[in-house]
Design a binder for this molecule. Structure first.
Ligand code: HEM
Length: 294
């Protein structure tokens, strides 16, 4: 039975036990509850989640030609069906939480989301979280888990973790920790954008300026990974290419791919394996300025 439930049959989870364990961790986080491995509702939720991920992994022609979305493409119809079942499972759990909710004793993520939605803002604006938003947020947490789970992250995961990739690009852009390229020499007299560059001139590319150019980046000084995501939460690759940290032209960094892979693995491993806490007193005593909260 567990074999049948495996998200990645054979590869890292031949028995399906890892899948069930991961799903239980997510259920505990979201609903404060562990399920028995033979619980029918739990097993069917795992099956649906796996089917949903499989159905959404196929290429969707509507991503390339938008009006294809009106055509009855079977894989997309199936994905929508799985999504609705999963959403209903989560909606039921959220509904149960409303009946037992105690604002002085938050049990899990669902309770925390309900507490935010109950916060009445003084300025009379609508609360930030509607019921639908709570359900879709919990659903996102289930979906996010399906990408890596408890196994070690690998290079291949980069294509699925859009926000992580956006976050890394925003670090590279915002810090521009290598502000200039190494010096280059004009091999011959050149005219660039109407400027004369005599032969043998020493040239640096000001990458910091490009990465903080307000005509390219709205509110360039803000740290905002979302700027690299489109309305579907997918990475906008054309924007990533505009970030200049590895130089440009034929002498650009040879190690860009390797560096991006390494940053991804180190960052995701830290986030997965370690618990991070603010340590303000040490930051103070070391004399570093406190980070500006945005
Ligand atoms: C975040 C990490 C890294 C950053 C930001 C970075 C950035 C740069 C920059 C700005 C240049 C100069 C480009 C120019 O002047 O046009 C450069 C050159 C170079 N980088 Fe990197 N680099 C990184 C990691 C690496 C790694 C991991 C390797 C090798 C495994 C590497 C190998 C090279 C080499 C060989 C060059 C010289 C290329 C040439 O002159 O033709 N870099 N890098």
């Amino acid at each position: 039975m567990f074999l049948e439930l495996s998200l990645e049959k054979g590869a890292f989870d031949p028995t399906g036990i890892t899948t069930c364990t991961v799903a239980n961790v997510v259920c505990t986080l979201c609903f404060g509850k562990r399920y028995e491995y033979n619980d029918e509702a739990f097993l069917s939720m795992i099956r649906i989640n796996a089917d949903f991920l499989k159905a959404t992994s196929v290429v969707n022609p509507a991503d390339f030609i938008p009006w294809f979305r009106y055509l009855p493409i079977p894989a997309m119809k199936a994905a929508q069906g799985f999504y609705e079942v999963l959403n209903n499972f989560i909606a039921q759990r959220v509904e149960e939480h409303y009946t037992t909710y105690d604002k002085n004793h938050l049990r899990d993520i669902t309770d925390a989301l309900i507490s935010i939605s109950n916060d009445k803002r003084n300025d009379g604006r609508a609360p930030p979280f509607s019921n639908d938003k709570i359900i879709s947020t919990v659903n996102d947490i289930f979906g996010a888990d399906g990408k890596i789970g408890l196994r070690s992250p690998r290079f291949d995961d980069r294509k699925d973790l859009h926000y992580t990739e956006a976050f890394i690009s925003e670090i590279l852009r915002h810090t521009s920790f290598i502000p200039f390229t190494i010096p280059h020499r004009a091999m011959k007299e050149t005219i660039l954008n109407g400027y004369l560059i005599p032969q043998d001139t020493c040239i640096f590319v000001n990458m910091y300026q490009v990465n903080h150019d307000e005509t390219l980046w709205e509110n360039a000084d803000l740290f905002r990974p979302e700027r690299f995501l489109n309305e579907n939460g997918k990475l906008d690759k054309s924007l990533i290419e505009k970030v200049l940290v590895f130089g440009m032209g034929i002498r650009k960094c040879l190690g860009e791919d390797m560096a991006r892979n390494e940053i991804f693995i180190i960052l995701t491993t830290i986030l997965q394996q370690l618990k991070l806490e603010k340590c303000l007193s040490i930051i103070h005593s070391a004399g570093y300025p406190l980070p500006k909260l945005l």
